[in-house]
Design a protein around this ligand. Structure first.
Ligand code: FAD
Ligand code: SF4
Length: 518
């Protein structure tokens, strides 16, 4: 570490790798930037090893890049920071060592870190917070778009965003005369589609050093450890992935957005962008991702339909910004919500992938292999299973926050606790996203390769999702029956033969008591 003295210390967190931030517009020899691998960040939840390596490698690359541009940089690895209990202790020590007068940080996107930063007191050093200059909406204006404590429709939010940022608009109206082309998307994959799934663009970043550090410092992790990391960790790699997505995947992005398969080598990536790590670490800016995709749509509109580009823009301009707004207006109470009073533990196959349920084996297996699953696997397979089984949302949150390379609490929690587990009682979703084998069978080929029978609700060979689905409906009848989008389901249940209903609930009861054996 340099012994030099500086006037100002600026902290760059692992998810603040935004080269375009105004901090970096000017080189100031009196300002030193700090990037630090910290035990408080590796240990707040048990992480997938590739997630830890991706953040460490991206931080290292960012530090090198800043130094190449002439900035003063201190990059501390776990080897250097191990002697400090936490971030405040490290900052206090560095402020003393460098004799700084001022400390500055970008507003953290996670509540936990924001609380820590705002409580910071550094002897004789001024402390100032600034914007991370990443999101389309500033933190201050979120409350104008989303009301705390109640449901806010994503679709209304998205339309306002389209208008405000003038994206896919023509003369003040949505391009193509419609806001949302979702109905044209969502096809299942036919055998000929399977043969055409593109090979994903993968990188081969050497992470043997971060891996060594994690091992030597005894950091607990899970998932497949690889010395060669496939995720983009530099700005050049992130831009290459963005270009690859726009040229190769965007023409089919929305069309197969909900499709799932276990019958292709590239089943895990399909037509998804896999840009979430580059976005959430702020290597890429959401606006540049949207603009690049729209430019590509205009240049190749014979290949890319309006439905495909609209679907993609909606994910980033709509869902991503909406989810962040829900998080901030509802924290910290949001983290405590458990409206369905779910309380079971996660079964061990969440860490091994070893279960007889093929849909879960595939989705968990690829999560453990790549630290990635696409949205429908997260929502309608893994999340759906947790919801139906009644798993404690704290445990579900911890798992999701640990396993995915893109998982940061501001985006993970409203998706998991809200959209997927309905623990927020409907702040994100108007009804629980739950389904039996019918849905999974329609959107995937998983059921055809499963030991369980997707058509059965009762008996030892029956698909667990079927009985658990009805059991979930029955357990939460008082809360859900009056929901106009659900009432019909109860009429269907009431019409079923009484003995059939009894056997269905008996099978569900067995499943819930024997989750480990499924
Ligand atoms: P694509 O399918 O290519 O979509 C493009 C981009 O749109 C994504 O990169 C992402 O930035 C954005 N996006 C799409 N859907 C959402 C959404 N619902 N919320 C926020 N952004 C969205 N996303 C995360 O970034 N981090 C998480 O920790 C996370 N946890 C999730 C947990 C659950 C239970 C569910 C149901 C969803 C979760 N998502 C999370 C949202 C979504 O599944 C991922 O953003 C997406 O799968 C990332 O892969 P991709 O980049 O290939 O996305
Ligand atoms: Fe999953 Fe049931 Fe289909 Fe098996 S039969 S893959 S458990 S939904």
């Amino acid at each position: 570490m340099p012994e030099q003295r500086y006037r100002r210390l600026r902290l760059v967190l692992g998810d603040q790798l935004n080269q375009a931030h105004s901090w970096f517009h000017r080189v100031d020899p009196e300002t030193v930037y700090l990037l630090a691998e910290l035990r408080q960040e590796t240990d707040y939840v048990k992480h997938h090893v590739q997630k830890l390596c991706a953040f460490f490698a991206a931080m290292g690359a960012f530090a090198d890049d800043l130094a190449d541009k002439g900035h003063e940089v201190v990059h501390l690895t776990l080897d250097d920071s191990a002697e400090y209990a936490d971030l405040p202790e490290l900052l206090a020590a560095l402020c003393r060592r460098f004799g700084v007068e001022a400390f500055e940080y970008q507003a953290p996107d996670e509540y936990r870190l924001q609380q820590q930063m705002r409580a910071l007191e550094l002897d004789g050093v001024s402390v100032a917070e600034c914007d991370s200059e990443h999101f389309l909406l500033s933190r201050d204006e979120l409350g104008r778009y989303i009301n705390a404590g109640r449901h806010n429709r994503m679709e209304s939010f998205y339309r306002k965003m389209r208008q405000r940022f003038d994206l896919l608009m023509q003369d003040g109206k949505p391009l193509g005369g419609q806001w949302n082309f979702d109905a044209e998307n969502r096809a299942a994959l036919t055998p000929s589609d399977l043969a055409q799934i593109p090979e994903p663009l993968l990188f081969a970043n050497d992470v043997s050093e971060p891996l060594r550090r994690l091992q030597e410092h005894g950091v607990r992790s899970f998932g497949k450890a690889e010395e060669s990391l496939l995720w983009p960790v530099t700005r050049a790699q992130a831009l290459e992935l963005l270009q690859y997505f726009c040229t190769v995947c965007l023409p089919n992005f929305g069309r197969f957005q909900d499709a799932m398969t276990g019958r292709s080598r590239h089943a895990w990536s399909l037509y998804h962008s896999r840009l979430s790590f580059a976005l959430n670490s702020k290597i890429l800016h959401p606006r540049e991702v949207i603009d690049t995709a729209i430019d590509r749509y205009h240049a190749a509109s014979d290949e890319i339909s309006l439905a495909q580009i609209e679907g993609f823009v909606r994910q980033i301009l709509g869902w991503r910004e909406y989810i962040r707004a829900v998080y901030w207006v509802n924290m910290p109470a949001y983290a405590e919500s458990n409206r369905l009073q779910a309380s079971l533990d996660l079964p061990a196959y969440f860490w091994s992938g070893e279960t007889r349920m093929n849909c879960m084996r595939q989705s968990l297996g690829q999560s453990l292999e790549f630290a990635y699953a696409h949205h429908i696997q997260r929502l309608m397979v893994i999340g759906n299973f947790c919801l139906l089984a009644g798993i404690d949302p704290d445990a579900v949150d911890r798992w999701y926050l640990g396993v995915y390379v893109d998982a940061l609490e501001w985006v993970e929690m409203p998706n998991t606790r809200g959209m997927s587990q309905f623990a927020d009682g409907g702040l994100v979703a108007t009804k629980p996203y739950c389904a039996g084998a019918n849905y999974i069978g329609k959107m995937s080929d998983y059921c055809g390769d499963c030991e369980y029978d997707r058509r059965q609700k009762t008996g030892a060979g029956a698909c667990p999702f079927n009985s658990l689905y009805w059991d979930f409906m029955v357990r939460h009848r008082a809360m859900l029956e009056r929901n106009p989008r659900i009432g019909m389901i109860y009429r269907n249940w009431d019409r079923q033969d009484a003995e059939q209903r009894r056997l269905t609930l008996e099978r569900a009861d067995w499943c819930r008591n024997n989750l480990e054996q499924l």
